[in-house]
Design a binder for this molecule. Sequence first.
Ligand code: LMR
Length: 394
Amino acid sequence: MFETLKAQPADKILALMQMYKDDPRETKVDLGVGVYKDATGLTPVMRAVKAAEHKIWEAQDSKVYTGLAGDPAFADAMIDLVLDGAVPRATVAAAATPGGTGAVRQAFELIQMAKPDARVFVSDPTWPNHLSMLKYLNIEIVPYRYFDNETRGVDFDGMLADLKTAHAGDVILLHGCCHNPTGANLNATEWDAVIDVLQSTGATPMIDIAYQGFGDGLQEDAAATRKIVSSVPECLIAASCSKNFGIYRERTGLLMAVASDATAHDLNQQTLAYLNRQNFSFPPDHGARVVSTILNDATLKADWMAELEEVRNAMLDLRQQLADELQRLSGSDRFGFLAQHRGMFSRLGTTPEKVEQLRTEHGIYMVGDSRMNIAGLNTKSVPILAQAIIDVGI
Ligand code: LMR
């Protein structure tokens, strides 16, 4: 039967990771996959994570299964971190998932179970795996305008006009903060306008929040999510701990389904557990336990927050350095948007040909749509990148 299989399209981000590995050049620069690297190029285990793992190792006397929705302490801690009491806890159904990707996937499946003909509105562009999973599940995709290639900011009028065509039973997928792949984000007034559209159309918001703490701060990055969740009757939220706890390979995420009443909450909770059982039974526990250990220990939490803040500020510094260097080399302000963008990524806004030229001629690896992982830079690679951008004529 295997001969009937068809080759599937390679994931662009993962294919790039492999090409980078295979490149023998010592000067190569990896701005592909969204992983934070420190000034020495290492993706370190965060201090609080190490300490929590130590604590767990000493105290844990069993590896028996958790519940289908994972350890309730993890759900409680994450609901607190993301929502901070924006809605009553009793309205939030939640299940641990293998990473933020797992949460997104389970959310799509829940949408399909609830409403097989639901359309999902996605920003143009969005994280490629959103599209890939939606296609895989045969869910109709409706792109909405998002990135303005001229200003490298958000085409907000276009976005709003497109979102207004949604109706009850549709889902609008939003990036809670640090938009991936563009780095261009909405301001508070624009979020309010999106909430108005959610209310007038009756469409259900689904928020993918994978970078809380990487943009303007832990609280600031969750502000839009909290406001949305408290303004609409129902909402799905997929949260990831991969980046802000640096536990990428532990696969730690949480899917939240917020309902307006207790009956809907119970049904949501039961459905989330059912979906986990169908797809993988019990979710991974180690990363989740690390996260709840940190969030429930005042000292560990303070240290985690301090280190996350160091990471966030380092990324902001790199953004500024790159924008300054490009201003110096180009004699123009046209790269100023790099300092305005937030999160791990910025879309440079150039052609796939120029991206290819950066890779072949300069050993600089970024995704074909010109998404750069700012957290992959360091003070040594910033001038190399800036010079290469100018050399290829961007
Ligand atoms: C990314 O966008 O680079 C990350 O979210 C990693 C991934 O799984 O694609």
